[in-house]
Design a protein around this ligand. Sequence first.
Ligand code: GLY
Length: 591
Amino acid sequence: MSQRHRLPMGFGPLLDRRAVLAGGGGLALLGAAGPANASIVVPELDRSDRIIPAEARYGMVTSREATATRVGVDVLAAGGNAIDAAIATCFALAVTLPQAGNLGGGGFMLVRPADGSAPVALDFRETAPGRAGRELFLGPDGEVDNRLARYSHRSVGVPGSVAGYADALARWGTWPLDRIIEPAIALARDGFPMSRALARDIARSQKRLNQWPQSKVVVARPDGGAYLAGETFRQPDLANTLALIARDGPDGFYRGPIAVAIADEMRRHDGLIDERDLAEYKTVVREPVRGTYRGVEIVSMPPPSSGGALLIQMLNVLEGWPIAELGFGSAATLHRMAETMRRAYADRYKHIADPAFYDVPLTGLISKEYAEALRAGIDLQRATESKTLSPGEPKAYESNNTTHLSVMDRDGMAVALTTTLNFAFGTGIVAEGTGIFLNNEMDDFAARPGAANAFGLVQGEGNAIEAGKRPLSSMSPTLVLDGTETAIATGGQGGSRIITSVLQYLVNTLDHGMNLAEATLAPRIHHQWLPDELRLEQGFSPDTVALLEAMGHRVAVRRSGATVQNVRRVPEGYRGFADPRRPGGLAAGPD
Ligand code: GLY
């Protein structure tokens, strides 16, 4: 590992100015006067170190659940690479964080191989079953039936997680699948102490889970009572399912008894997924979206996620303003951010959907020229009313219980992986006898173009339901590149707030010089065009809130609950920080 951190040339002026502002202490700029393609070498990105994150020498795993993080750390310590650790963590999360970790959901990951070659995106998002169509969630009156869209067997998309985990392992891993799954099998079979957080989430979802006897039996004690924190939580059906996958690979899920159990579950309750849907599920390798922010290269998830496109679009707009000088948390900064978010989410409505079904003007959306045009339309003194704002016209060049993990290994391989069931426990439906919670990702489609989904996201025609299509997502696994090394792996959970959370993490890091703990903890804002509301977490000053209101923002101060899970490469090794907005996360690595 290099002793110093390299950043591209374009980061120079910002760092230079910071060095002066900070009195120059601790910041060495070397090579700034070199040839145009030379790198600037800085000791580290974290220019403020008020709160100390986890540190380790030989790699780092950050996830939302501590036992699963430890599984990943053990893999790194035993010589596995970042993918081995990430996938072992995912299987463990399916057991220890059944609200979000999963076999019955889907997700996205970005992987950067240790040789510093280009990052690759792997899409293992759910697909609409072959018999799904645009009327699926409309009642006889033409209105959207939200129960059907969110809590029924029809809400379930064809799961992609097992295919994604196995595919990633085959492409980039070094350990066999059965060894990777072993710890998850043991956790499901032998049990683990029920955490306070899981007990609480089960209690909160009780109504939904109790509707289905096969689900109730998974989350209740053998005597039918609710688990108390500290009691041993065992999932024997899930242990058997995991053992089948360990033995047969993805076929253990997509063909054979598990596939039949899922299809039977559907047949019994008017669901749509059949054996053929499962057997035909495929992951997709995609070219990530790439952009730059103040000269630093950002790589993120392309459609069918809106995450990467919006993230880069918003960074492009913000780049035109001196955000560092305007200051963290100032009304001037927050207003610019809110107006940028408002416009990006309006574009999400019209322009982003599954690219296999819809012509996404991606190059236009993430171009600096388009960002300039958006910026020029922003009144720096006044909030725009969302209802007066239509999606823009980029050039046509061509729930909330998701979970994210970031991993880096000692050789520099980096993984940012987000996976979800959509809501906590997805539909709340377990395919009988399998222990697998089934997602409700079909609600991420536009049940009727123009109608809002559970995140209040109004979605357009391109995201209407079609057989085999992947629903539009906000998941934003993201890497920040540093030449041939990867400086940051990040991503988050929190439905529509994922993208704005990752955005603010990056701005806090790259503009405000916060270290990864501070950048994670700093209060955040969120605007998603519709509803026309600027959400602020607690922690901003009342003066700032008053200024924003005076500019015309409809401010709502509320808890966010969206989290980001981060790993940073630093000269001494790695730093990690698990966002404490949700309890139970852990960043750790082998030393
Ligand atoms: N289910 C949330 C998302 O994919 O954005």
